[in-house]
Design a protein around this ligand. Structure first.
Ligand code: NDP
Ligand code: OXD
Length: 312
C-alpha cells in the first residue's frame, strides 16, 4: 500500500473538507488524510498544503516534496522549519485566466472613471467626463509570469499599450519586456496604470515605495494583486496625498483579513478587495495535483520545485 498524502491547511473546516473531497475525487486510488488522521507520520512522503501553520512539517520527517495549492509560496517559504525538499506551487491556466479577468476589470474600471462616478452617485451628482481611448492609457505590468502574461495579453486585446517588467526580461510574445534596475525607472515612467503581479521575495519586498511612486507619471493608478508587502503603506498614502497616485486598487495586504480599524478602509483614492483577484479553482487545481502525484507514483521521481534561492 502506498503512503497517504497529508493535506495540511489552516482553512476553515468546511473549506478544508471541500479540498479533501475534491482531491479525493481527482485521485481515487490515493488516501488523502488530515494530519490528525495519520497513524504513521514517518511514512508520509507528499504533503499538499494551503497556508499551513509554520512548523507543520516537523511532524513528517520523511517528506519528499510539498505541493502548494496556492500560486504564491512566500508564506510557505518563510517557515524556518520547512524541510529542504522540492516545493511545487500551483500553476493553473484557470487561475491565470481568472487573474487576467480581474486585472482587466480593475484597469477598465479606473480607465472608464467608475470610482469617480461612484463618488458622484453618493453625492447625487450627474456629470459626464471625457472618455480617453484605451490606446492612450499605458499599462505596465510588474511580473510577467503565469499571471502577468495572461493579464498583459487580455489588456492588449482590449487595446491598451502594455509593457512588462521581469527579472530576466524573457520575451513574452508581443508584449515589450524590460528587466532589472535599468528597465525599472523607464517602465514606471510610462505607467499610467501600474499593475503589480510580482511574487513576494526578499528582492521584491517593499519594492513599491516612495522612490518607485516618484517615477510614475502624475495621476497614475496602482493595481496591486501581488502581495501586500510589496507596497510600503506610508509611501502609498503619501503618494495618494500628493496626487502622484490618483487611485490604488488593492486586493492583498500584509495581514489578511484587513483589520476592521485599518486606515486603508477609509483612505480616499483606495479601492479594497478582499483577496479575490484569482481564487483557486478546486477542480482544476485538484486535477493538476493529481497529475503530478500520478507521475511520481509511476516514475518514483520527485517533481521539480520552485527555485528556493530566488524565492519563487
Ligand atoms: P510566476 O513565478 O509565474 O511569475 C513571476 C514573475 O515575476 C516572473 O515574470 C518573474 O521574472 C518576475 N519576478 C520575480 N522576481 C523578480 C524580481 N526580483 N524582479 C523582477 N521581476 C521579478 O508567478 P505567477 O505569475 O504565477 O504569480 C505571481 C504572484 O501573483 C504570486 O506569487 C502571488 O503573490 C500573486 N497571486 C495573487 C493572487 C490573488 O488572488 N491576488 C492569486 C494568484 C497569485 P522571470 O520571468 O524573469 O522569472
Ligand atoms: C495565490 C493566491 O497565491 O491566492 O494562489 O494569492
Amino acid at each position: 500500500m502506498t503512503s497517504p498524502l497529508v493535506l495540511v491547511t489552516s482553512l476553515p473546516p468546511d473549506e478544508n473538507a471541500a479540498w479533501r473531497d475534491c482531491l479525493a475525487r481527482a485521485m481515487p486510488a490515493e488516501r488523502i488524510l488530515e494530519p490528525e488522521a495519520i497513524s504513521d507520520a514517518g511514512a508520509v512522503e507528499i504533503a499538499i498544503v494551503a497556508n499551513p501553520v509554520p512548523g507543520w512539517a516537523c511532524a513528517f520527517p520523511h517528506l519528499r516534496w510539498v505541493q502548494s495549492l496556492w500560486a504564491g509560496v512566500d508564506r510557505l517559504l518563510r517557515d524556518p522549519a520547512l524541510p529542504d525538499v522540492p516545493v511545487r506551487r500551483l500553476v493553473d491556466p484557470t487561475l491565470a485566466r481568472a487573474m487576467a479577468e480581474a486585472v482587466a476589470a480593475a484597469v477598465l474600471s479606473w480607465h472608464r472613471d467608475f470610482p469617480r462616478y461612484a463618488a458622484q452617485q453618493r453625492a447625487g451628482l450627474w456629470r459626464q467626463h471625457p472618455v480617453r481611448p484605451a490606446s492612450a492609457r499605458r499599462v505596465t505590468i510588474l511580473g510577467l509570469g503565469e499571471m502577468g502574461r495572461a493579464s498583459a495579453e487580455l489588456l492588449r486585446a482590449i487595446g491598451f499599450p502594455v509593457q512588462g517588467w521581469s527579472r530576466s526580461g524573457r520575451p513574452a510574445g508581443a508584449i515589450p519586456v524590460s528587466s532589472g534596475p535599468e528597465g525599472w525607472a523607464a517602465c514606471l515612467a510610462e505607467a499610467d496604470i501600474l499593475v503589480n503581479l510580482l511574487p513576494l521575495t526578499p528582492e521584491t519586498h517593499g519594492i513599491l515605495d516612495r522612490s518607485a511612486f516618484a517615477c510614475l507619471p502624475e495621476g497614475a493608478a496602482l493595481v496591486n494583486f501581488g502581495r501586500g508587502a510589496h507596497v510600503v503603506e506610508d509611501d502609498l498614502i503619501a503618494a495618494l496625498a500628493t496626487g502622484r497616485l490618483a487611485h490604488a486598487i488593492l486586493d492583498v495586504f500584509p495581514e489578511e483579513p484587513l483589520a476592521e480599524t485599518h486606515r486603508l478602509w477609509s483612505q480616499p483614492g483606495v479601492t479594497i478587495l478582499p483577496h479575490v483577484a484569482a481564487p483557486t479553482s478546486l477542480d482544476s487545481a485538484a486535477a493538476i495535483v493529481a497529475e503530478t502525484v500520478a507521475a511520481f507514483r509511476r516514475t518514483g521521481q520527485v517533481p521539480v520545485g520552485i527555485d528556493r534561492g530566488r524565492g519563487y
